[in-house]
Design a protein around this ligand. Structure first.
Ligand code: PAF
Length: 292
């Protein structure tokens, strides 16, 4: 463990051991203070920072975790190449006034002999879960572990990963975690592209193609405003818009119930439109709630 000092003289604790942060959290709880956790995989962009700023307002002690969780990556996914820059992340966290950073190594969270995982029965059988079979099992497991380690009163997750947020809310309810789960709105580039650590993989040529996810969502909103309520028709228009660009491979475009994620045929109540598109080798996701 080592401590670092920020430019305003505020100390940020960097902790690698679960037992250590567990003890720290117990002490903070004993003082009657509230703990807010923002779990992340690092390589911060404005989306992460907005969650931290929200966290700063919502409690006394702000903890973030930085851990690229191997359990949520499939065998052919980008675990190895996932962007990492701990020094830069710590600097940014310091500037926001984060109190402690939990950044364990893989062996700390998944020691030899590890064999307990959390799986949800239904929510992962939609959207990203269909093409990423281990994804939500890995997320639910690591988030439950982080909850037991950091013992937060409040935890904040980005709405860009809408299905993840839904899965976590369900898990918290099902397993009686006494934690308030808060969603933070998607932060976008000035042109509308949802911020993501994976945007870093995009080439200059692929950048306009990446924007088609957002354009498809805006188009869907417009169609609905003009009276098109048929989800199939909207998905068809969105598909055309995206596939007109090079290097696109649609994983899914779905219009579904925002809670159970079951597909919706006619939009006569608020619906989630979510999509995942490969731009070259980069898998991007985005979503929007459509209000009839
Ligand atoms: O959204 C993420 O960055 C990750 O899925 C999370 C919630 C930190 C779990 O590894």
């Amino acid at each position: 463990m080592f401590n670092q000092i920020d430019y305003r003289g505020k100390i940020i604790k960097v902790i690698h051991k679960a037992e250590e942060i567990q003890k720290r959290s117990e002490q903070i709880r004993c003082q009657g203070k509230s703990i807010v956790l923002v779990p992340t995989m690092g390589f911060f962009h404005e989306g992460h920072l907005s969650l931290m700023r929200k966290g700063r307002e919502l409690g006394d002690d702000l903890v973030i975790s930085i851990f690229v969780n191997p359990a949520q990556f499939g065998p052919h996914e980008d675990f190895e190449s996932y962007p990492r820059d701990l020094e830069r992340d710590l600097q940014l966290a310091r500037e926001i006034g984060v109190d402690a950073v939990f950044t364990p190594d893989n062996m700390e969270l998944y020691p030899e002999g590890f064999q307990t995982y959390i799986e949800l029965e239904k929510l992962p059988n939609h959207l990203c879960g269909l093409s990423r079979p281990v994804f939500f099992k890995g997320i639910a497991t690591v988030v439950a572990k982080l909850f037991n380690i950091v013992k937060p009163h409040v935890a904040i997750f980005g709405e860009k990963d809408y299905q993840q947020l839904t899965v976590i809310r369900r898990m918290v309810q099902d397993l009686n975690f006494n934690i308030n789960i808060i969603g933070g709105p998607t932060v976008r580039e000035p042109d509308g592209l949802a911020m993501s650590s994976r945007n870093n993989y995009l080439t200059l040529k692929q950048r306009p193609t990446a924007l088609t996810l957002y354009k498809a969502l805006v188009k869907a909103k417009d169609l609905l405003k003009n009276g098109v309520k048929d989800a199939g028709e909207i998905i068809q228009v969105a598909t055309k818009l995206i596939t007109a660009h090079p290097e696109t491979g649609i994983d899914y475009i779905s219009i579904c119930d925002p809670e159970c994620l079951d597909t919706i045929k006619t939009i006569d109540k608020p619906a989630l439109m979510a999509l995942a598109v490969n731009v070259g080798k980069t898998r991007l996701i985005d979503n929007m709630i459509l209000y009839p």
